[in-house]
Write a protein that binds this ligand. Sequence first.
Ligand code: PLP
Length: 429
Amino acid sequence: MMSIENLPGQPHVHYQGDRLHLEQVPLATLAEQYGTPLFVYSQASILAALAGYQRGLAGRHALVCYAMKANSSLGILRLLAAAGCGFDIVSGGELERVLAAGGEPARVIFSGVGKTRGEMRQALKAGIACFNVESEAELEVLNEVAIATGTRAPVSIRVNPNVDPMTHPYISTGLKGSKFGIAHERTVHTYRRAASLAGLRVVGIDCHIGSQITQEGPYLDATDRMLDLVESIESAGIPIEHIDFGGGLGINYNGDRPPEADTLWPKLLAKLDARGFGQRRLLIEPGRSLVGNAGVCVTEVLYLKPGDQKNFCVVDAAMNDLPRPAMYQAYHGIVPLRPRSDTASSVWEVVGPVCESGDWIGHERSLSLRSGDLLAVLSAGAYCMSMASNYNSRGRAAEVLVSGTAARLIRRRETIHDQLAAEQGPGFA
Ligand SMILES: *Cc1c(COP(=O)(O)O)cnc(C)c1O
């Protein structure tokens, strides 16, 4: 029998008897009811991850803004909004989702390098808490839009602390040469400009150095660099109300050992206290660490193709459902819903049906398999469904949220009619 140690970082995924459960729900039952591929998330796991941050920041004037691009399904947003979470958005579409989920605009901050004038107007009208501005050019446009709208836009400038997060290059964002943020040296100049513009109100400073960060060093360094900047900006006569440290805390995909939020934050807060910033308003923008290990993707083995050089296991989930292996050569654990003892274990390349060699889910996995078996792809709560596409005209998967013994469909499986509706009907030749 497989033990809990086989399921890194996922306390809510476990075998009961020989059946894999998420919380108290057998995953095979959900696969039978809703089909595969199927994303299933644990409510307890999401709330426990949020509680870790809340404990780490207890007693402070702090707001957790969930970086919802990690997983923007309404059912998950509703859960987090009800638990007091704010949101970090990167598009007008994400703002609509927050509002649809009952989130408060006053707890929304807007990040991203390419906000359009339309998105700025929409966010000003909704009354969001802050625009995290990423360039001098954006500052000028936001000022114009705010004046035209008869409002003042609350702004924070995203600075680039030039700290190496020591993670995958595609998810490093705080180094020189990154498209994100404003260079460290330009910071005071840019704040002076922001403070001089009638359509803007400077409220904060922010950074976000990267994602899947598994060491505390980069956070401690970035904190020092941020506080140095706050001191320089305030010496120039521009008060900074809030300091936003971004997101990026990693999760355990494959034996990774990131710091826990409730041990990391006391260390960062000690730094803030030592430098006299302990009473400032603090914002953070965690994405992956709130939802990543709360979700699994259940997939069925379609065909086994043993070969001379490699054995392929073709499953019904693909890179359009689980894009991280193709995009970042990322690792997801893969385990059977019901471990077999009647078949010898072999080493498999677990691949999807999409017509791309990059469509793989796992390399060289030792599994005892037969076609028709169900597998769970682990740590699939973040940057999977939110990045899912219709490539190969595949419909996006369904999603279920479980809590205890209860399971609730939060997104139905997308049908071909959903896809065709945008291309057919009145108005089309
Ligand atoms: C993606 C992103 C986050 C969240 O990153 P995680 O690694 O998922 O925690 C936070 N802030 C900004 C600006 C982002 O782009």
